[in-house]
Design a protein around this ligand. Structure first.
Ligand code: APR
Length: 248
């Protein structure tokens, strides 16, 4: 009796985790007014369910990107690398800038972990491979694939906020450095780097890693860089005008 009870309890707890993930996904989708959230869930889960969680390549999410496509955005795309918190504090107030996490897919999956297992039709939220444990894990491949689509949708003048408190603000191993910058296409006119600094300490626009950035940037795209203290960005965040265009 104890064994059966333990089994039933164990199974229901496992399902709760999986259903909890699915309901968070659907709730966030509906909150965003996503089109056909049930279908998006189905297409999303097909990317990793019943698969070895270390063998889910970016391409597994191609069908998802077709079902929940990222529309072209001109002059308002904001990329980031090692500046997540400050950037989202900024865009929460200045809604003219759009980050990956302001698109339907980014909004639904921000902060979540998920994976499947061979021979199981469930979604798991624990026991999944870590970000660097194996390259083709469901979470990392999703962000790589979605970020590629986000960069391909960019148009006009785009902005990136990089961290001026670290020695390599531009890292070729980051998603921005390995995926997004390479996917900016002919529709993009300029890439404007904002180097977020702490009271003008740390690095400036002469940082060696920014030369790597320039080497990676497509020939037709112009480049600018400006070091801006974090306090100034925060002051811009509380500017109630919510207008586009730089405030620094
Ligand atoms: N472990 C866990 N998560 C990681 C790790 C890691 N080692 N590295 C990256 N991530 C995930 C986290 O969710 C983290 O918040 O990627 C996010 C961004 O990592 P950063 O190194 O700060 O930046 P980057 O790799 O350049 O990715 C940010 O990608 O999603 C797009 O448009 C977005 O421009 C942005 C860029």
């Amino acid at each position: 009796v104890i064994f059966v009870l333990a089994l039933v309890l164990g199974l229901s707890r496992r399902n709760q985790g999986a259903n909890g993930f699915q309901s968070t996904f659907i709730e966030r989708c509906e909150k965003f007014n996503g089109p056909d959230c049930q279908n998006i869930w189905k297409v999303f889960s097909q990317a990793y369910v019943r698969r070895d969680p270390c063998n889910v390549p970016m391409e597994a999410y191609n069908a998802l990107m077709a079902a929940a496509s990222i529309q072209p955005v001109c002059n308002r795309e904001l990329f980031w690398s090692k500046t997540k918190q400050i950037v989202h504090a900024f865009t929460a107030k200045r809604d003219c800038y759009i980050t990956m996490e302001d698109t339907l897919l980014g909004f639904m999956l921000d902060g979540l972990t998920w994976c499947g297992k061979e021979n199981s039709s469930e979604t798991f939220t624990s026991g999944c491979p870590g970000w660097s444990q194996c390259e083709n894990n469901p979470v990392r491949s999703f962000w790589n694939r979605a970020s590629a689509a986000f960069a391909e949708a960019a148009c006009g003048d785009v902005t990136v906020m990089l961290n001026g408190s670290i020695s390599t603000p531009f890292s070729p191993a980051s998603i921005f450095g390995s995926i997004e910058i390479k996917r900016l296409n002919y529709r993009v006119r300029s890439l404007n780097v904002i180097l977020v600094t702490q009271n003008n300490t740390g690095t400036d626009c002469s940082n060696a890693s920014l030369k790597d950035l320039l080497d990676t940037l497509g020939a037709g795209i112009s480049y600018s860089c400006r070091a801006v203290p974090e306090a100034q960005i925060q002051a811009c965040s509380s500017d109630p005008k919510r207008t586009c265009g730089p405030c620094w």
